[in-house]
Design a protein around this ligand. Sequence first.
Ligand code: NAD
Length: 365
Amino acid sequence: MAHRVTLIPGDGIGPELTEATRRVLEATGVEFEWDVQPAGADVMADHGGNPLPEETLESIRRNRVALKGPITTPVGEGFRSVNVGLRVALDLYAQVRPCKTYAGVRTRYEDIDLVIVRETTEDIYAGIEFEQGSPDAEELRAWLEAHGEKLPMPDSGISIKPISITGTRRVFEFAFDYARKMGRQKITAVHKANIMKFTDGLWLRVARAVAAENPDIAFDDKIADNMCMQLVQWPEDYDMMVLPNLYGDIISDLAAGLIGGLGVAPGANFGRDVAVFEPTHGSAPKYAGQNKVNPIAQMLSGMLMLRHLDEMDAADRLETAIADLIHEGKSLTYDMKPSRDDPTAVGTSQVADALIEKLQSAVSV
Ligand code: NAD
C-alpha cells in the first residue's frame, strides 16, 4: 500500500532539494502518494497573509508524516518563523539530528555516529520575552525587586526560561524509546544544573527518574560546556545526547561540523502523533534555482522517514547508495569536493540521477 505523505517543498533551495529527494525515494521501490502543500513567504499572498496555511497543517495531521524543504524566515518585525509555527501548531517536541560520518566525506573526524535529541517547545526559546524599556519589562523588574531579586542592570530586556516536568519527561521517554528502536546503547543528558537549579536542575532530576525506568539503556549526564569540549576531543565516547532547546540548537550544529557540514546533516521533528522530516540547514536563498546545492541532507532526512514508516530495507539500500556515492567522490556537489570551484562538481539533480542508477542496479543484480 502506498504511504500517504505530506510534501512541503518550502522556498529558496527547498523545491529543488525535495524534488531530487522525491525521485530518489521513489527509486527505492516504496510507493508514495504525495500530498503537496504550500508554506513560506512566497505563498502568503494566496493565503490571506498566512505563511503557514491551515490546510497544510491539516494535511500533516491527517497523514501524520511530512517531508519538508527549508523555509526562509524574512528578517524584520512581526514575521514569525514558519518553522517555529509548525512546531507549536503540531506540538513537535522532539527534534532528532543523527550525525554520522560517511567514508570519503571531508572532515577532521572519522567514525562519528551520534544522535542529538533536542527538546523543542520549552526553554529560553519559548518566546516569552519582555522588551527593554517597555511597561511590562518595568513591571516585571519591580515585581522581582518586591520578591527579593534584583536585575544586575535596570535597563534589561528579559527572556523567560520555562522547563517543566511534563516537557522534560516526554522528551526523555521519547529518547529512550528511540534508543531502543534504533539499537543505541547510551543516553547522555546535557544541562547546566550547577547554575540553573530550578530549570536545568529539574531537567536533570526528571532525566534521572526516566533513566531509572529504562535500565536497559546506559545513562549519564554532562554539563553543557564540558559536553562541547568532550565532543571535539572524544566524540567516540558518546552515543545519544538529550538537550534542552537552546543547547540542542547549538550542539547539533557543532555535531554537523564534526561530520562534514550542513550538506550532510539530516533531521526529524516528532510530536505525539506526527513526524516532520527536514534537513538541519536552511533555505540558502542565494543558491535558489541554480541546481547547485547538496541534496544529501534532505535525502538522508528522507531515509529517516523510510525508517519511521518501517521501510527498513529501503532505508538501508538508500543509505548504502548515498554512502557509496560519497565514497566514490565523483557525482557530488561543490561543497563535497576538495575545492569549491572544482570543475568536476555536479548539480543537485545529477546527484539524484546517480543515486537512482545505483538503486536500480542494486535491484537488478
Ligand atoms: P542556511 O543553512 O540556509 O545557509 C548557510 C550556508 O550553508 C549557505 O549559504 C551555504 O553556503 C551552506 N548550505 C546550506 N545548505 C546547503 C546545501 N544543501 N548544500 C550546500 N551548501 C549548503 O542558513 P542561513 O543562511 O542562516 O539561513 C537562510 C534562511 O533559512 C533563513 O531565513 C533562516 O531563517 C532559514 N532557515 C530555515 C530552516 C528550516 O526551514 N528548517 C533552518 C535553518 C534556517
